[in-house]
Design a protein around this ligand. Structure first.
Ligand code: NIG
Ligand code: FE
Length: 440
């Protein structure tokens, strides 16, 4: 049977999870529209002894096990339903990893050792390492080799409970190799049962051959990369690394203008290594602004009034050995909607694990386990403009679930770096953890 036929059959089959110790629906107690902010981040909508019925890749009912088993449809169709007993397990919405860079070939081990010896991320980049040192191997790689690397990452993510992934290009930095990276992401996505949202990050850094001519490179991004990407529907978003040593605020505005002109939404890497004024970006209604380590109080006040998500990626702070972390408490307490993501990439955050990121958020950013779970699910969905389909376990939403060996949801960030995810459901398809691939 072909992979796509198998996936289709599984999605059409019905799946019933019963006797769930704790089912975290993430349903909001209030009817307030918009992403979760402030105390709303703690609303997990927990059902004990819960059940979820999924049919055709969608969630159709959610409640207590005893009520689910009385359902007349279920009584009639019991034979075609795969039933799984989730006693002593916790079920959460599949994680939405809303910031990843999987289109690369090799790890950056030289940078890793240089940092251990005391060099900073920026010093390494200035000396020819950093993002630019990942470019040659991506330009030389075939599309299928790149797609294989993306596939490996997606499978690793699913084994840890991630069911939706934003995937950026950004290590090709020519029209041809950025489009090749986006095609590789598309091809890997077609083989994975979860959901992938592609992003063009042609403006990751100015490539060597444009050094001293960054305006020309910005022109290439605006006049060639973006139009080709949009015409071929290879990306949903355009991203820019706005930072000293990468692109300026003016460059970023130009790129956002070109993206909007071609019907693509925008998101940005901002305030990672230095301060940056965000007000001009807000006119473009970015779905998300990411990193935010050096965000100003004035911008925090502005963001508290908007639905743009502040996506925090503490894996990067951890891996770069920076003694500080993004100001999650200040952002949350001011009413800014925050999400958590891995920032999976070879330079600053080589982790595919949302539970590890949630653990860092708890231990280094004073987020509670409940806040971390909401930031990794419902607000991640907002960061990708997928809030109507993803991020909570409610009838009508996509059947995306992560099942953990735990009696209490707080164990998810507590047991750090040991994978307790038993299996995940991605658009109705079961994927077991532990290398065994798809179940049933
Ligand atoms: O989000 N800061 C820009 N991009 C990545 C790092 C990419 C790399 O070093 O390869 C980040 O941290
Ligand atoms: Fe990033």
């Amino acid at each position: 049977m072909t992979a796509s036929k198998k996936t289709k059959d599984q999605a059409e089959r019905a799946l019933l999870l019963v006797n769930i110790g704790q089912l975290l629906t993430l349903r909001s107690a209030s009817a307030k529209p918009g992403p979760r902010r402030g105390p709303e981040l703690k609303e997990l909508g927990i059902i004990e002894d819960g059940a979820v019925l999924c049919v055709g890749g969608k969630i159709v009912s959610v409640g207590r096990t005893k009520d689910a088993l009385r359902d007349p449809w279920l009584k009639r169709n019991r034979k075609r339903v795969i039933e799984i007993d989730c006693e002593d397990q916790v079920v959460v919405p599949g994680f939405v990893d809303s910031h990843t860079h999987p289109a690369f070939v090799k790890p950056r081990l030289v940078d890793f050792e240089k940092r251990i010896a005391g060099a900073s991320y920026e010093e390494i980049a200035e000396a020819g390492g950093g993002i630019r040192s990942s470019v040659e191997s991506v330009r030389a790689a075939s599309k299928s080799r790149l797609a294989e690397k993306v596939s490996d990452a997606l499978h690793e993510m699913a084994e840890q409970g991630t069911t939706t992934v934003e995937a950026k290009s950004g290590y090709g930095l020519t029209v041809e190799s950025e489009l090749k990276s986006l095609e590789a992401i598309r091809d890997a996505a077609a083989r994975w049962p979860g959901t992938v949202i592609p992003t063009l990050l042609g403006a990751h850094v100015v490539p060597k051959e444009f050094q001293g001519a960054s305006k020309n490179y910005v022109g290439l991004v605006c006049e060639e990369m973006i139009p080709h990407t949009a015409r071929r529907k290879l990306a949903r978003f355009v991203d820019v690394f706005c930072e000293r040593g990468a692109f300026t605020i003016d460059d970023t505005v130009k790129i956002f203008e070109a993206a909007s002109k071609h019907g693509l939404s925008v998101r940005g890497h901002v305030c990672q290594l230095s301060k940056c004024e965000l007000s001009r970006f807000l006119d473009f209604n970015p779905a998300s602004l990411d990193h935010m380590d050096y965000v100003s109080d004035a911008d925090i006040a502005r963001l508290a009034q908007r639905d743009t998500i502040a996506t925090l990626v503490p894996g990067a702070n951890y891996f770069l050995g920076q003694g500080h972390y993004p100001p999650a408490r200040t952002l949350i307490d001011a009413g800014v909607p925050v999400a958590l993501a891995t920032d999976y990439n070879p330079g600053s955050s080589p982790t595919s694990s949302m539970p590890v990121v949630m653990s860092l958020a708890c231990t280094h950013m004073q987020m509670s386990p409940a806040e971390a779970i909401a930031a990794a699910t419902v607000n991640g969905a907002w960061a990708l403009q997928l809030q109507n389909r993803k991020g909570s376990i409610e009838p009508g939403k996509d059947a995306d679930l992560a099942v953990f060996e735990a009696e209490d949801y707080r164990e998810i960030p507590y047991w750090f770096a040991s994978n307790r995810c038993a299996f995940a459901v991605l658009n109705g398809t079961l994927v077991a953890s532990g290398g065994s691939g798809e179940l049933a």
